[in-house]
Design a binder for this molecule. Structure first.
Ligand code: UD1
Length: 432
């Protein structure tokens, strides 16, 4: 089958200004939570991504009317009063975030049949915490034939302690609790900015949530949620990827539409490796290479720790730093699949369990590589920008899941990226 590739001529320092899009990981849970209302929800700043298209298809399969204007980055969702509670498994399995309709559907319809998200390139990713929380609120949930079948005579508030501050479980439980009878107290909740954005969105629909962004979230259930208009927060992971593109390419760029507070762990690490980082406006940061990059150690953690979604991209930077760095991945069990591609470009990386040991090299050289997942694709694209010669990246459907027209936008900073066609991965001898 023919698929698109990116053909990158490396070695060009990027220069200029680039604007960050709205957050994918805020848009998806907010779109799912729109199901909690029957009325019209208007969302602004929603990026034009494959994952957003998938969530639109999920919502439509449930009976919601959805209108997306990608140029305006605006989406209108009118769930209506008669929702189906069984999204097609094939659709749900395309994207793990589809699982975020579980809480809203249970709360709205009292029953649900939802395919399990299944395995994934970065680890097994169970959903036990989602199920434990919703069960504590009075849902009967069973796994049958690869699906979660759930029903409830009415959700009720509960005190729930999450064994791990899972982002998705916090979102599913918080959304469901908005329509439960009584008060839910969610402890050891995830602290991510996307959780706060979801809470702000739900409150604008009439929910009563306090404490989002802290470890304890209180949700007082209400009868119904109504219409609203909400703008999603900027994408901190895209912003980080763009900043890294400036430094890795040896360039000097300004990244706009960012919230520096969300990016503290990345900014600290960028300064530690010796990059120039300057907050020139409240929502714009200049980043540049200072010439020499120094090795640093890094450990991914739930927010406000270093985000796992920037680990692959930062590893590309470390592959070009002077000395030996150790990257420890604590959030996902198998998130080093970018190492194979980086090694093909000349990076010297050894993986031992949850650790990657990176011996910095002065230069990467272009080669054909394959993106195995979204952030691995981003890491390879960044490496290609720095590598001498031409790199052809296949598997870019993964990149399209989470980045909107990235090659076009980087080209405006001087990058030389063309779209290629590949008949099959086998032609290049690259497994996926
Ligand atoms: C979200 C983000 C993803 C990011 C991740 C961690 C979205 C759409 N995706 O994913 O980009 O990488 O947060 O910042 O927002 N876990 C369990 N049981 C559960 C749930 C999770 O063991 O019931 C484990 C997972 O396997 C994983 C860890 O907890 O090892 C973190 O997962 P979680 O925080 O839930 O991430 P997601 O919400 O899936």
């Amino acid at each position: 089958m023919e698929s698109e590739t990116l053909i990158v001529q490396g070695g060009i320092p990027l220069r200029g200004r680039i604007r960050t899009k709205g957050s994918k990981n805020a848009s998806l849970p907010i779109m799912a939570a729109a199901l909690l209302s029957a009325e019209k929800i208007i969302l602004q700043g929603v990026p034009d991504l494959l994952d957003v298209q998938t969530m639109i298809a999920v919502l439509e399969s449930l009976g919601a009317a959805v209108r997306f204007r990608p140029r305006e980055e605006t989406i209108e969702i009118t769930p209506g009063s008669a929702l189906s509670c069984e999204p097609p498994p094939a659709l749900v399995q395309q994207m793990r975030a589809s699982f975020l309709v579980l809480g809203p559907l249970l709360a709205r319809c009292g029953k649900v049949r939802l395919s399990l998200p299944g395995g994934c390139a970065i680890g097994s990713r169970p959903v036990n915490l989602h199920l434990k929380g919703l069960s504590a609120m009075g849902a009967n949930l069973e796994v049958r034939g690869g699906c979660i079948e759930g029903e409830t005579g009415g959700l009720r508030g509960a005190r729930i302690y999450l064994d791990y501050p899972s982002v998705g479980a916090t979102e599913n439980i918080m959304a469901a609790a908005t329509l439960a009878r009584g008060t839910t107290i969610l402890e050891n909740a995830a602290l991510e900015p996307e959780i706060v954005d979801l809470a702000n969105f739900l409150n604008s629909m009439g929910a009563k949530i306090s404490g989002a962004g802290t470890t304890t979230i209180r949700i007082d259930g209400v009868e119904a949620l109504g219409a609203t208009k909400h703008t999603v927060i900027p994408d901190r992971i895209e912003a980080g990827t763009l900043m890294l593109s400036g430094v890795i390419s040896g360039g000097d760029i300004i990244v706009e539409n960012i919230v520096p507070d969300y990016l503290k762990p990345l900014l600290a690490k960028l300064r530690e490796v010796g990059a120039v980082v300057e907050e020139i406006e409240p929502t714009a940061i200049r980043v540049a290479s200072s010439g020499t990059l120094k090795a640093v150690d890094l450990k991914t953690l739930p927010y406000p720790g270093f985000p796992t979604d920037l680990q692959p991209q930062f590893m590309t930077l470390l592959a070009l730093a002077e000395g030996t760095s150790i990257v420890t991945e604590t959030v996902f069990e198998n998130r080093f699949r970018h190492v194979e591609g980086l090694s093909r470009l000349g990076a010297q990386i050894k993986v031992e369990g949850h650790h990657a040991i990176i011996q910095g090299t002065r230069m990467l050289t272009g080669a054909p590589v394959c993106a195995s997942d979204l952030r691995a694709g981003a890491a390879l694209l960044l490496a290609a920008l720095a590598a001498e010669g031409v790199t052809e990246i296949s598997g870019i459907v993964h990149l399209r899941r989470g980045y909107s027209r990235l090659e076009e936008r980087l080209s405006r900073l001087g990058a030389r990226i063309e779209i290629g066609r590949q008949v099959s991965d086998r032609a290049l001898g690259l497994g996926s």
